[in-house]
Design a protein around this ligand. Structure first.
Ligand code: ADP
Length: 791
């Protein structure tokens, strides 16, 4: 008889399949095909498409392809249900959501098996991660429902929400979308991904069981065309989308100018950074969770391994050994680590990218090439020596492929980490807490996990920087996406082009040399600058008399201003106290010149002395308010997982474009620029086109207040033309536009390039009443930093 250690050496896993009997029965009951879930009931199946089990290629169901008519019906149901749902007390809504959580929990086994059959993910993951998080999400948001009035005062639900989700975490993404929407008093039409619609349909059945009022939750299945019809529907007030950056961009364009609220959670190419002093064994387990969890089909997968040169060989050796122990195969087997890729087309995409990598001569390691003879499988793969310019380092592979690059210094690690158009997540491994936080602060990503990876919780926000999208899901951050200010709909303001054509407006440009002394120049990088065009335009008063000349800024001036703003980025790293001091100084210097500013306002606009004084007074007060706020818009520590601290940090966007309205030229300028710089952004501001001289007078206030060069840049000229350049510019991280409908639509459509965050208001704003946290929130994005503690 062998000794125990011999037995342990030879011992292998036996088969340990999870039973799929109940799911089989349910699928059999729906053999004729599934309809949509509209107005509390399933529709008769329409045109059907097949749904396959990717682990064996077998058809498991037939599901209806949602048409524009189906979308119409679902929106009509959601619209009809919304007022009543919103009118329920928070407590009543809370009970409904709580019931969903309970019922999901009761059916955990069924839902896990169904998810695994539909998606191909290992049962261990659907059972231990996906479905428990689904229940957690509904519980968490049941709480928000009952707290909504006290926690979100002066807001109301957005209305009807169109929600489109991907196939990698089908039920979890549904929970991330539906739970906050319902808690906030909205109704929803959700479209699951075409590869994985089944758990959403099972969830619909749960809605029937728990008695969610008809029309509150509607589920329409179908492909991208169904999604596009949902996005385009006039009855939708908000679109929440998770999926590829490419489709996110199309949705940004499709919703431009419609007034629909939008949140996008898109792709990623997240760095996984291992420093020399990291605990390498833990880091190896981290890599397994980062890139082989769900076969790497995770938007925040740690797909780029950046490892310190000195630790690389040791880490690679440990990784290769660990890869040999990963069990790939039947996802329903409880001892499977790596399941199936969701569909043949995805498998082919991975293979294509690998062929490109092979053509580049990259080094591949696969522990086990023997794959099941049917189904969509791809082995865990490590690619080393990858140049940052390689296609594998840049493109999101969405498969179990880790690409590794080495670095020498922490600065280089940060530079490599940020060398991507995405910014969803990052993972940092080091035993040095100072280094960990420094790197976490410098990485441009919405989530940073220190000595951990792929941690999620309903109480923490999740979402990206840059081309990974905007908006957050989870916690208070996510809830605020589903509420809007409770105020009457403001009147759209007159079109700028009409204004400019009419007298008074922007008069024909003239060569600056005609009247050099009277021309207010642009203000770029802390200096007055002649506009690139060499032209100026006459600024007229209310009776059409010329009161001065302003520089006619163009694309080149905007580009220079953006460059100057980017160079001033150390403003964002200054202490909040320092920023507050500078802002107080601005406010004081404005106060010292109150009379002069009042006179200028009167001369330009023809307003009464009283009105001018009141606008200047309000502007001074506002400047003081944001100076006060500079060190008070704190982040939060979220209550997430045991033995984790989750810090939600409010970070500046970076470079912000700000396009001011024609009206209220001083108070609008101050109300927009001051919160932006208080939070550490550097700004390119386009002041009122018709009354720009008040902003050019502001230069000297900035100069005398120690505002560092480049923090505020001012380009005068035709506002919508300059807004266009700002919207197209990839160096602009966020753009605020207050103006007319056409300008707002243009800004939103053109922002799709780098998916910059936009806030547009095509309406007349009562500036006297508008200030505070809402502006600070829009001037920042939240980074959640997760840190474990304890040994
Ligand atoms: P993935 O790469 O994860 O498949 P997609 O962005 O293609 O991501 O798909 C995510 C979701 O978006 C799916 O539900 C899909 O049907 C939907 N979708 C695809 N194209 C469009 C579109 N043009 N408009 C709206 N939704 C779309």
């Amino acid at each position: 008889m062998g000794v125990i250690k011999d037995i342990l050496r030879t011992m292998d896993y036996g088969p340990s399949p999870e039973s799929s009997e109940h799911v089989g029965v349910w699928l059999d009951e729906h053999k004729a095909g599934f309809g949509h879930f509209i107005n509390g009931a399933f529709t008769k199946p329409g045109a059907l498409f097949d749904v396959f089990n990717p682990a064996n290629g077998e058809r498991i169901a037939r599901v209806s392809q949602g048409s524009a008519k189906d979308i119409d019906a679902a929106i009509a149901a959601a619209l009809k249900a919304q007022a009543k749902w919103a009118a329920l007390s928070g407590f009543e809504r809370s009970k409904h959501i709580y019931a969903l959580a309970r019922h999901v929990q009761k059916r955990e086994r069924f839902l896990s098996v169904l998810e695994t059959i539909d998606n191909g993910k290992p049962i261990r993951e659907s059972r231990d991660i996906d479905i428990p998080l689904v229940a957690r999400h509904f519980y968490h948001h049941a709480g928000w429902a009952s707290l909504i009035d006290s926690e979100f005062p002066d807001t109301k639900p957005v209305g009807v929400c169109g929600q489109i989700i991907p196939w990698n975490f089908p039920l979890l993404m549904l929970a991330w979308k539906i739970a906050p929407a319902l808690a906030a008093g909205n109704t929803v039409v959700l479209k699951p991904a075409e590869f994985t619609p089944l758990t959403a349909l099972a969830f619909a059945a749960i809605c029937v069981e728990t008695g969610i009022p008809p029309g509150v939750v509607n589920i329409v299945t179908g492909d991208g065309a169904t999604g596009a019809a949902l996005v385009a529907h006039a009855g939708v007030d908000k679109i929440a989308f998770t999926g590829s950056t490419e489709v996110g961009r199309a949705i940004r364009k499709a919703t431009a100018g419609t007034g629909k609220k939008l949140s996008l959670e898109l792709g990623g190419k997240s760095p996984f950074i291992v420093f020399e002093d990291a605990d390498l064994d833990s880091a190896v387990e981290g890599v397994v969770d980062a890139i082989w969890f769900n076969q790497g089909q995770v938007c925040c997968a740690g797909s780029r391994l950046l490892v310190a040169e000195g630790a690389a060989d040791a880490l690679y050796a440990k990784l290769r050994a660990r890869m040999a122990n990963l069990r790939l195969g039947d996802p329903l087997d409880k001892s499977t680590d790596v399941g199936a890729i969701v569909a043949p087309v995805q498998l082919e995409r991975i293979r294509r990218l690998m062929r490109q990598g092979e053509e580049e001569g990259l080094e591949f390691f696969r522990a086990n090439d023997s794959l099941p003879d049917r189904g969509c499988f791809y082995p865990p793969t490590l690619v080393t020596g990858v140049d940052p310019a390689s296609v594998l380092a840049r493109e999101e592979i969405f498969g179990p492929v880790l690409v590794a690059t080495t670095f020498r210094t922490p600065d280089e690690a940060v530079a490599l980490a940020n060398n991507t158009r995405y910014g969803l997540a990052a993972s940092v491994w080091t035993e040095n807490v100072n280094r960990a936080f420094e790197v976490a602060a410098r990485i441009k990503a919405g989530v940073v996990w220190i000595n951990s990876t792929n941690m999620f919780d309903a109480a923490a926000g999740f979402g990206g920087y840059r081309e990974s999208g905007f908006g957050r899901e989870g916690g208070r951050e996510g809830m605020s996406e589903y509420r809007i200010a409770d105020e009457p709909k403001p009147k759209p303001s007159a079109s700028r082009s009409q204004r400019l054509n009419a007298s008074p407006g922007v008069a024909p440009a003239r060569n600056m040399d005609d009247a050099p002394d009277r021309t207010a120049k642009l203000y770029i990088g802390g200096k007055q600058a002649r506009p690139d065009s060499g032209y100026s335009y006459a600024v007229l008063d209310s009776s059409g008399r010329e009161v001065g000349l302003a520089g006619l800024g163009n694309r080149k001036d905007i580009r220079n201003a953006v460059e100057a703003a980017a160079k001033a980025s150390s403003w964002g790293a200054a202490t909040a106290h320092n920023r507050a001091q500078v802002l107080y100084y601005v406010a004081e210097n404005l106060a010292a010149r109150e009379d002069e500013f009042s006179r200028r306002l009167r001369a330009m606009t023809g307003m009464s002395a009283r009105a001018a004084k009141s606008e200047v007074d309000a502007s001074i007060r506002r400047a003081f308010v944001y100076a006060g706020y500079a060190d008070k818009f704190d982040g939060a520590v979220h209550a997430t997982r045991a033995r984790f601290v989750t810090l939600a940090m409010n970070e500046p966007w970076g470079v912000m474009g700000i396009v001011c309205p024609n009206e209220a030229p001083l108070i609008a300028f101050v109300s927009l620029v001051m919160p932006a710089i208080a939070m550490g952004n550097c700004v390119v501001a386009v002041p009122s086109a018709n009354h720009p001289l008040i902003a050019t007078d502001f230069y000297s206030v900035l100069d005398t207040s120690d505002v560092p060069a480049g923090v505020v840049n001012i380009v005068t000229g035709e506002a919508n033309a300059l807004a266009r350049t700002l919207a197209e510019h990839d160096g602009v991280d966020a753009l605020w536009y207050v103006g007319d409908m056409d300008g707002a639509a243009q800004v939103e459509a053109l922002s799709a390039g780098n998916l910059k965050a936009t806030w547009t208001s095509p309406a007349t704003i009562d500036w006297a009443k508008t200030q505070g946290r809402a502006f600070l929130r829009r001037a920042t994005q939240v980074k959640n930093i997760w840190t474990p503690y304890g040994e």
